[in-house]
Design a protein around this ligand. Structure first.
Ligand SMILES: Cc1cc2nc3c(=O)[nH]c(=O)nc-3n(C[C@H](O)[C@H](O)[C@H](O)COP(=O)(O)OP(=O)(O)OC[C@H]3O[C@@H](n4cnc5c(N)ncnc54)[C@H](O)[C@@H]3O)c2cc1C
Ligand SMILES: NC(=O)c1ccc[n+]([C@@H]2O[C@H](COP(=O)([O-])OP(=O)(O)OC[C@H]3O[C@@H](n4cnc5c(N)ncnc54)[C@H](OP(=O)(O)O)[C@@H]3O)[C@@H](O)[C@H]2O)c1
Length: 391
């Protein structure tokens, strides 16, 4: 049986690995539109997280397996190889194409010069071949990062890290030189809900507090708007640990430092305001908990100065040519990885990773996810072997 895996990020590599481990005869081609494999492990994981980036070595052993081929520079879809042609060439196709674009805020001023998606900023400092933008930090003294997930923490840290720490990494020279010349001394990371609902993980949060010559500030009064901050005991352990870290920062004495990171909560972005033809501030509405895990607006507003705004409000899957697509979740409808067409799961076409379950989860989450898809594929395999027209 010949299987095509489209996408060589973690989900594509784990799919290939699971296939060759479970089927002694299968031949797998892993195709990627980029010449370089590993998806977001190569082009998303922050350069200063060298240990996580080194997972590329584990993924490489998969691509070097004797029954696996990596074919880079091959895009499936319009302008590349039609999806229908893949179905002729292989008994089964597994789409592991990730969630390539960013979510939008849908507020006035979002597209002002100086306002960027975190995706654009990450692609720039990761030397993604699609990256065309630069000039992120030029003319900026203060930055606002909208969102309190792990990507928001990554981009905040990149803005606050000194060049001494970034130089030994694989960050490309243009980004390194621009960050070395950066005058950004104030970064504010802003969440629309409370500290107990932030999506960042404690390890990543703590790391902000260990950056040299940088102080992290939080206001105890703002944190206290969250009832779970006042009494964190009922919270699940990960959220409780986040709250404990924030409590420590709220109680700390100010220090003389060159850079400051402020974590703000219960502020919902409503507009980006222009100043001299580019973004100059973000207008937020104060929110309060609605008692159901969400928030409601209070009609009070606050403007935070920023010449650089990074919108880090999550990623989004894109439609894949020839496959059904759920625009609400940005995923391909599936049951255990089998693509669902016209209400029923069809053998022969599968999904794994972010395009299957949405843009959440760390690299390791994609391993069991890929395994589930491969289990479905191998259950269907007798059908695929007789029906398929792989040539
Ligand atoms: C900025 C960022 C930083 C992260 N940092 C960490 C971290 O430090 N630690 C951690 O555990 N997790 C991290 N994650 C999460 C982790 O990267 C994801 O869980 C994982 O990459 C998802 O894997 P995937 O294979 O579904 O998608 P991706 O990694 O996005 O891979 C998709 C692949 O498909 C290819 N592709 C897309 N369309 C086509 C097409 N039409 N034809 C051919 N090829 C195509 C792409 O080029 C890409 O190589 C991070 C995520 C982001 C966004
Ligand atoms: N080091 C690591 O392990 C690492 C690094 C990077 C990424 N990742 C993983 O990759 C995945 C994606 O991360 P992510 O940070 O992109 O997504 P995420 O975890 O979903 O966080 C998105 C953030 O954006 C906020 N948001 C969404 N819509 C908004 C709006 N309209 N206005 C204001 N805020 C809005 C969310 O707030 P609400 O909660 O209120 O919706 C949330 O704080 C996650 O699973 C993450 O853990 C891991």
């Amino acid at each position: 049986m010949r299987v095509a895996v489209v996408g060589s990020g973690p989900s594509g590599c784990y799919t290939a690995q699971s296939l060759v481990q479970q089927d002694p005869d299968v031949l797998v081609d892993v195709l990627d539109r980029l010449p370089c494999p590993y998806g977001l492990v190569r082009y998303g994981v922050a350069p200063d997280h060298e240990k996580i980036k080194s997972l590329q070595n584990n993924l490489r052993t998969v691509l070097e397996h004797e029954r696996v081929r990596f074919l880079g520079g091959i895009e499936i879809g319009p302008g590349g190889v039609p999806a229908a042609r893949l179905r002729e060439l292989y008994h089964a196709v597994v789409y592991c194409v990730g969630a390539a674009t960013d979510r939008h805020l849908g507020i006035p001023g979002e597209d002002l010069p100086g306002s960027w998606s975190a995706t654009e900023f990450v692609s720039w400092y990761s030397a993604h071949p699609d990256s065309t933008a630069d000039g992120f930090v030029i003319g900026a003294r203060s930055a606002v990062v909208i969102g309190v997930g792990n990507v928001a923490v990554d981009v905040t840290r990149m803005l606050a890290r000194g060049v001494t720490e970034l130089s030994p990494t694989d960050m490309p020279d243009p980004a390194l030189n621009a960050l070395a010349a950066s005058r950004v001394t104030e970064v504010r990371m802003v969440g629309r809900r409370g500290p107990s609902q932030a999506r960042f993980t404690t390890k990543e949060l703590r790391e902000l507090g260990s950056l040299p010559d940088t102080e992290v500030t939080v206001s105890a009064a703002e944190l206290a708007l969250d009832p779970a901050y006042l009494d964190p005991s009922p919270l699940p352990a990960p959220q409780r640990r986040n709250v404990e870290v924030l409590r420590g920062w709220a109680a700390a004495e100010p220090r003389p430092v060159s850079r400051r990171i402020s974590l703000r909560f219960f502020l919902r972005p409503v507009e980006l305001l222009a100043d001299g033809g580019r973004v100059g501030a973000v207008r937020f509405e104060r929110t309060v908990p609605d008692g159901r895990g969400g928030v409601r607006g209070t009609g009070e507003f606050e403007e935070i100065e920023a010449q650089l705004v990074l919108r880090s409000v999550g990623y989004r899957g894109m439609p894949v040519e020839g496959l059904p697509f759920d625009a609400g979740s940005g995923t391909v409808p599936n049951v255990d990885g089998r693509v669902v067409r016209g209400g029923s799961a069809v053998p022969g076409e599968y999904v794994a990773g972010w395009i299957k379950r949405g843009p959440t989860g760390v690299i390791g989450t994609n391993r069991p996810d890929a395994k589930e898809t491969v289990t479905s594929l191998l259950e269907d395999a007798p059908h695929a072997r007789t029906q398929g027209s792989a040539r």
